[in-house]
Design a protein around this ligand. Structure first.
Ligand SMILES: Cc1cc2nc3c(=O)[nH]c(=O)nc-3n(C[C@H](O)[C@H](O)[C@H](O)COP(=O)(O)O)c2cc1C
Length: 184
């Protein structure tokens, strides 16, 4: 995929899906620049084309750009106050899903990777008052709010962050639990 590199001053370069997964940073600080409509449309399409259990496609995506609403959402997100400063948020909602969290997460992952491809950061906000958000957004009772994702162009401070992960040796096993995948 062709991406605007965050590490290389926005120059366009090819980035593999793997590289996108490896480099993508959760983003909690956004520039004020708006997200272009075509890019927003692409994020929604990324959600729409995601897999779901029995292809039920149980999603609703609520696009939120009004500053007042973003601030209200932030007030209901103790671990996501930065929602208030994002130019865009998308609430990911499921209806009639057998596995709401799994179906919702598949759509969220697609949207977040495509966002990164477009030079946009985002962050999963786990700590959010779901019932309050449901009321604010007018969600029917039968709907399940998975999360509200802020999207926006990362600030320079975000670009300086480095991802940290445990070594693969602590995660990968060969054939049976406890047998190291890597011997060297
Ligand atoms: C299920 C889930 C819930 C999360 N909840 C929050 C949250 O409430 N607030 C927040 O700032 N980040 C939240 N995050 C982001 C994680 O902190 C982040 O994915 C992790 O630190 C790795 O970040 P990195 O990929 O930039 O290294 C959440 C991530 C996941 C997957």
């Amino acid at each position: 995929m062709l991406v605007r590199s965050i590490e290389n001053q926005g120059a366009e370069e090819m980035m593999s899906v793997f590289e996108c997964v490896r480099a993508r940073l959760e983003t909690r600080e956004f520039k004020p620049d708006p997200v272009p409509e075509a890019v927003l449309q692409k994020l929604l399409e990324a959600g729409r084309w995601s897999p779901s259990q029995r292809n039920r496609q149980p999603w609703h995506f609520i696009v939120i750009q009004e500053r007042h609403t973003l601030r209200q959402l932030a007030a209901m997100a103790p671990s996501g106050a930065y929602l208030a400063d994002a130019p865009l948020a998308i609430a990911v909602v499921t209806e009639g899903a057998r596995l709401p969290l799994v179906d919702g997460t598949r759509a969220i992952s697609s949207m977040q990777l495509v966002a990164w491809e477009e030079g946009l950061g985002s962050c999963w906000i786990g700590g959010i008052e779901r019932e309050g958000v449901k009321r604010l957004l007018g969600l029917p009772e039968a709907c399940e709010l998975i999360t509200v994702l802020p999207f926006g162009y990362p600030t320079d401070a975000v670009k300086r962050l480095r991802k940290r992960r445990k070594p693969l040796a602590q995660m990968a096993h060969r054939e049976r639990f406890g047998t190291p995948y890597q011997t060297a």
